[in-house]
Design a protein around this ligand. Structure first.
Ligand code: HAM
Length: 426
């Protein structure tokens, strides 16, 4: 039986992991500079957490969640995103008492039952950042600056689009105005948008269907409907971005696929990934923490898709230093010595490899080349009699004798390390 991975679930192979590590390292470094701390939360949560936060009338909750009953009959869900679990943990552990504004990030897998295509998987990975306790518009600009800096440092070219979705005071009136507009064109909208007009009309603005987009020309803009509080907040967010020299475009049609947003929302988009244009996205979600039973603190954050980032970073990169030294041993005595020596070398910090299968010299030299070893140490029973091994510089093809104390692997390892250190300096 040949069992394959599930559709939309992808292995990340050894050739690919270096770029993943680089992206994660850059993200961690940028987060540290912006004062973020790491939090790790479970991948499975009670289903109601996501229904209550993401919203019942969203695509994610309606049709994309991996939800099942556990053995005790409790409905659980593989997390489709990172915000709800982080906020759940924040409330559960009373983290608000630590400091007035908490900056948290997490990196890990998320799960959505979507139709897989380039840049869209059913298990994908996000770096996800959440700032809790700050309401100032400059914070919105700062959070966007953190996302922007990660992409800039990775050399990824994206555009920033921003919008404001208003708040509980101004959005209902806009919603009514929009519904009235949509109802006049209902017959021409796609079946999804016909349904959304009743359940989640703002989402219609975001529809990718060409026919719907044509109908939306002349649709009311939420930016014209903002209350004075939301308008001045949005104005100050733009000022903040200007101060940081981060270019952006206002996009009043950008409506996020999660219902918890209010005021500022943003997306980092590229046209290099076909239909999956968003590399990262986020926004403000004041009120969500209170709805989840926590203190009434404002929040803002973003998520970035790692698969999409790896595609933009070229997918693969040289893994760098593979192997410092390959020890080729010939004969039983030499192999026992090499076995102990390699262990000592590794403990001294070298990337050391050997063949334990008793292969001939030619095969071992091939293994050394395949491992991109910088050096090979050749030890045979004969060399041991003479008290010296042969050290070969694999890059230059030169070799020289290296006297070693074969009855003392610790001292031999020290001699090898010293010789390689001298050679590296030369
Ligand atoms: P989101 O827009 O649903 O937001 O996802 C954020 C990013 O995750 C997307 O821009 C995309 O790069 C990546 N992504 C989403 N779905 C997939 C998929 N099926 N395959 C590959 N990549 C995907 C959120 O999840 C919010 N929690 C972000 C946030 C944090 N807002 C505030 N705080």
């Amino acid at each position: 039986m040949n069992v394959k991975a599930l559709k939309g679930f992808k292995d990340i192979l050894p050739d690919e992991t270096p770029v993943w590590r680089r992206i994660e390292a850059v993200a961690r470094e940028v987060f540290a500079r912006f004062g973020f701390e790491e939090i790790r939360v479970p991948v499975v949560e009670k289903t109601e957490l996501f229904v209550r936060s993401i919203g019942e009338a969203t695509d994610i909750v309606e049709k994309e969640m991996y939800t099942f009953a556990d053995r005790n009959g409790v409905s659980v869900t593989l997390r489709p995103e990172g915000t709800a679990p982080v906020l759940r943990a924040f409330v559960e552990h009373g983290l608000h008492v630590r400091k007035p504004v908490q900056r948290l990030y997490t990196i890990g897998p998320m799960f959505r039952y979507e139709r897989p295509q380039k840049g869209r998987l059913r298990q994908f990975h996000q770096v996800s950042a959440e700032v809790l306790g700050g309401a100032a518009p400059f914070l919105d600009a700062e959070v966007m600056a953190a996302a922007w800096s990660i992409l800039e440092e990775l050399g990824v070219d994206v555009s920033l689009e921003i919008n404001s979705l208003g708040c509980a005071a101004c959005r209902p009136a806009f919603r009514q105005e929009l519904v009235a507009f949509l109802q006049q064109r209902l017959a021409a909208l796609c079946p999804d948008c016909q349904r959304r007009t009743a359940t989640n009309p703002l989402r219609v603005l975001d529809c990718k269907n060409e026919a719907c987009r044509r109908q939306l020309a002349g649709a009311p803009s939420i930016l014209d409907a903002l209350c004075s509080g939301c308008r001045s907040h949005f104005h100050a967010v733009r000022q903040g971005l200007d101060l940081l020299h981060i270019p952006y475009r206002e996009n009043p049609f950008m409506v996020r696929g999660l219902d918890y947003y209010c005021r500022t929302t943003f997306e980092l988009v590229t046209d290099a990934l076909g239909a999956q244009s968003a590399v990262g996205a986020g926004g403000r979600y004041d009120g969500l923490l209170a709805r989840l039973g926590g203190p009434d603190l404002p929040g803002i954050g973003f998520g970035m898709g790692l698969e999409r980032l790896t595609l933009l970073c070229g997918g693969q990169e040289a893994s760098g230093r593979d192997c410092d030294l390959f020890v080729a041993a010939l004969g039983d005595r030499a192999r026992s010595f090499a076995f102990a020596l390699v262990h000592r070398l590794r403990r001294s910090g070298l990337r050391a490899l050997m063949d334990t299968e008793g292969k001939g010299l030619k095969s071992q030299m091939k293994q050394a080349a395949r491992a991109s070893a910088a050096w090979t140490l050749i030890v045979g029973d004969n060399e041991m009699e003479e008290g010296e091994a042969v050290l070969r510089d694999m890059r230059h093809g030169e070799q020289a004798a290296l006297p070693l104390t074969f009855d003392d692997p610790l001292a031999a390892a020290a001699a090898v390390v010293q010789r390689l250190g001298v050679a590296a300096e030369a």
